[in-house]
Design a binder for this molecule. Structure first.
Ligand code: AOF
Ligand code: ZN
Length: 332
């Protein structure tokens, strides 16, 4: 269903994305205020401080009569770190509120009803599918009580992450690795197993030159992290989860407000997470090269017949430099 507000909502969604990796445990939200002709008056997005609606209202100072606010999430109806967006909207004299998805957070919900009770016209469900997708990590925390896990893999065309002698630097191109660095910024945490720390000594830091707080670094496994390892430097906080207890991992991540984890592990941890049903998405970078032998990105899943295969759905695919990038989600 297309509505008169699709363009404004697309704009609000693009604003929401600017908050990715900056909202802590909060969702990403974008808002625009338009006049009765659909002309843009103000824009706002949530970056951890004021909510998107309040940013847009403040940007305008005085909101002209007859204005509409178009927002990617139902305006909140509670006082949390900031006041209720519903009251800010009512006070600003906004005549119509258009939003994409209802707020599933019980403490913040009820905004649509509050606005209607105040005599404001409310239209909901505009571009709800992309809006829900944008906030899928936040929905995962609320609906499944766990963060969204995205497994990043750099492999050859035949799915190898290292040759038989262990050499692996580098399989994918500079362009792919630069893109990975940008993707890191969109997650709240970057995770590997102790094996990867010992073998590769990664920094787990986005190299995008942005002067904002870096994602949490998470290392899982029993082995100690050797002094002098790059993950111990002061560029970001480090969480070392000893052992292989995924419930302990999830509790520690939720406590730190992590919604989305970028898993850059090798096959051992990645396979264990797939088996535990934790991997939600895969971002696969494949170089157009073959090793034949060597180490596969995935270990034995106990599958012996085709009927037991583990299916995924392609969300997007593109060429990056010489490599093939595929973004997949687990299941249909
Ligand atoms: C909105 N606009 O921009 C955001 C909303 O602790 P607080 O005060 O920051 O509230 C967080 C909750 O408010 C969050 O869980 C979600 O339900 C809603 N977030 N709502 O109208 C926004 N970020
Ligand atoms: Zn709010």
């Amino acid at each position: 269903m297309s509505t008169d507000y699709d363009d404004a909502m697309r704009h609000a969604l693009s604003l929401a994305l600017r908050g990715e990796g900056r909202t802590g445990s909060n969702p990403i939200v974008g808002a625009v205020i338009i006049d009765s002709d659909g002309q843009l008056l103000a824009e706002g997005f949530h970056a951890g401080g004021d909510h998107a609606e309040v940013v847009a209202i403040k940007a305008l100072g005085k909101v002209p009569a007859g204005s509409t606010i178009v927002v990617t999430l139902e305006p909140c109806n509670h006082t949390g770190k900031t006041g209720p967006c519903t009251e800010a909207i009512i006070e600003a004299g906004i005549g119509r509120v258009v939003f994409a998805v209802a707020d599933p957070n019980p403490t913040a919900a009820g905004g649509a009803q509050r606005l209607r009770d105040a005599g404001i016209e409310v239209i909901e469900g505009v571009l709800s599918t992309p809006a829900r997708f944008f906030n899928r990590a936040w929905f995962s925390v609320i609906e499944k009580q766990r963060p969204l896990f995205i497994w990043k893999i750099a492999a050859t065309l035949d799915g190898k992450t290292a040759a038989a002698d262990g050499s692996s630097k580098w399989i994918t191109s500079d362009s792919s690795r630069e893109f990975v660095s940008l993707l890191r910024r969109n997650s709240d945490a970057i995770m590997v197993g102790t094996g990867t720390v010992l073998a590769d000594n990664p920094t787990l830091i986005p190299h995008d030159g942005e002067d904002v707080k870096n994602p949490l670094r998470v290392v899982m496994g029993n082995r100690d992290i050797p002094a002098g390892s790059s993950v111990l430097d002061d560029q970001a906080e480090l969480l070392h989860v000893r052992g292989h207890d995924f419930s302990a991992l999830i509790s520690a991540l939720l406590e730190k407000g992590v919604k989305q984890v970028f898993v850059e592990s090798g096959s051992e941890l990645g396979t264990a997470m797939v088996e535990a049903g934790l991997i939600d998405e895969i971002m696969l970078f494949q170089a157009p090269t073959l090793l034949g032998g060597g180490r596969s990105f995935i270990g034995d899943l106990g599958i012996t017949t085709l009927d037991q295969r583990f299916d995924l759905t392609v969300l997007a695919t593109r060429q990056i430099g010489p490599d093939i990038f595929t973004h997949l989600k687990v299941g249909a």
